[in-house]
Design a binder for this molecule. Structure first.
Ligand SMILES: Nc1ncnc2c1ncn2[C@@H]1O[C@H](COP(=O)(O)OP(=O)(O)O)[C@@H](O)[C@H]1O
Ligand SMILES: [Mg+2]
Length: 434
């Protein structure tokens, strides 16, 4: 089997585009590593350098502990599957899968056996005699997988192999692919822009932004303790609520996080209050995921935020309420997030953003009801190059189809231990982090 290590790998294309910027990453033997990031962040370039299809501008690509920069692709024992895989239309499924073996000079009898094995593992043994045109999209993708895996590669590289399939099939194949590669024990690097795909499939996830690696860890680690604001915003659905907060320290009592019209109070004996207290008089970003917010009866004591429902999204198994709480949200760039100015003509931007969210897998498959007109009248301040501000819409989980509607008041209890803190540069503020 195979290990992969990238040492300070940089790729600058001829036109000056820095596609990959000083990336260091280790992939262990038999590991399922997912490279995650929005379109254009350099994922495919990383994969192509591992495959030997692109030369690094600087740095080393190591396979099994040896520098492989000059190793030709055919000597790397690598199989690749792309989004736009092509099958040979005139060949049967069996011949398509067996093609790499035929090229390698494997005799007919053992070839047939290997084809059978792979086809059974992929659940396509009953269609071996068909032509690709007689298959469904999912079956064709399995054939492409089978063809890649039949030679028992040491390393499996997959570049958005499920992007062209519909969502039901995607979910089904996700489980199959990760199950199969684990069964085979083959080291896999899997590229996707879909955070749900990454979190469900990966042993570890590596999150990229503009060619730079932001965070690497198990799904639990990167979701539960994101290293940067960007990672926090990228993972999870609904998105993490990211609110601008002004920090005021009341020594020995609490650290107040002023969110605009309301505040949260981090008790002084909370181990994180010391780290946050360094920002006294400054602004930070507070992250709250929907699972850390529980709707409560009005007037309940505790760490509470109050708001009015701006609009609802019904997802079948749950509904999401988006609350106006008089706070300011931080919107991280490069995720297809709309930047709104409230000009009527620009409200289309929101629609565009929703489409982009779908494309980047952010909003799941749920229908999104259009927010009522007249919202987002506030102008957007732009931080140079980093992120934008806009009126916060606090995402809160409710039971399916709740008996509330837009305009309703709603109070939520905040789980203080589930808060995340980020500085103005977008780095995590944490005990032991700074
Ligand atoms: N051959 C090339 N020449 C110039 N720029 C390229 C080339 N290939 C990719 N790029 C650029 O490099 C960046 C990263 O591309 P890519 O690795 O394909 O991103 P991803 O796979 O994450 O969508 C993009 O800005 C892309 O336009
Ligand atoms: Mg790509």
């Amino acid at each position: 089997m195979t290990t992969v290590a990238l040492k300070d790998v940089t790729k600058v294309f001829q036109d000056g585009t820095v596609a990959v910027d000083t990336i260091n990453l280790d992939v262990n033997d038999g590991e399922f590593m997912v490279l995650l990031g929005p379109s254009g962040c350099g994922k495919s370039t990383v994969l192509r350098m591992v495959a030997g299809l692109e030369d690094p501008t600087s740095g080393a690509v190591m396979l099994d502990g040896e520098v492989a920069n000059d190793l030709p692709p055919r000597d790397r024992k690598i199989a690749m599957v792309f989004q736009d895989f092509a099958l040979y239309p005139h060949m049967t499924v069996g011949d398509n899968i067996g093609f790499p073996l035929r090229l390698a000079g494997v005799d007919q009898a053992p070839r047939g056996e290997r084809i059978q094995d792979v086809a059974s593992a992929l659940g396509i043994a009953d269609v071996l005699g068909r032509k690709p045109s007689q298959l469904s999209g999912g079956q064709r993708q399995r054939v492409a997988m089978g063809r890649a895996i039949v030679r028992r590669p040491g390393l499996f590289l997959m570049d958005e192999p499920l992007s062209n399939l519909d969502s039901g099939l995607r979910a089904e194949l996700r489980a199959e692919i990760s199950g199969l590669t684990r069964e085979l024990g083959v080291t896999t690097i899997y590229v996707t822009h879909d955070q749900a795909e990454a979190l469900t499939m990966a042993d570890r996830v590596a999150i990229m932004r503009k060619g730079v690696l932001q965070d690497v860890g198990t799904p639990t680690q990167v979701y539960g303790r994101p290293a940067t604001l960007y990672v926090a915003a990228f993972l999870g659905s609904p998105r993490m609520n990211l609110l601008e907060a002004s920090v005021y320290v009341h020594l020995d009592r609490y650290v107040a996080l002023s969110l605009g019209e309301q505040s949260l109070y981090l008790p002084w004996d909370d181990i994180r209050s010391r780290a946050v207290a360094h920002y006294h008089g400054e602004r930070i970003v507070v992250g709250l995921r929907a699972e850390g917010l529980t709707p409560i009866a009005p007037g309940t004591a505790g760490h509470v935020l109050q708001g009015r429902i701006r609009y609802l999204e019904h997802h079948g198994h749950e509904s999401l309420a988006f609350l106006d709480i008089g706070a300011t949200a931080i919107v991280v760039d490069e995720m297809g997030t709309p930047v709104e100015t409230g000009e009527p003509g620009q409200r289309g931007l929101r629609r565009f953003g929703q489409v982009m969210q779908r494309l980047t897998g952010r909003a799941g498959d749920a229908p999104i009801s259009a927010p009522p007109s007249g919202v987002h009248r506030t102008s957007v301040l732009t931080d140079p190059g980093r992120h934008h501000r806009r009126p916060a819409e606090l995402a809160v989980r409710l039971a399916p189809y709740p008996a509330v509607s837009a305009g309703h008041p709603l109070a939520v209890q905040v789980r203080m231990d589930a808060l995340h803190f980020f500085d103005e540069r977008g780095d995590r503020i944490d005990v032991g982090w700074r």
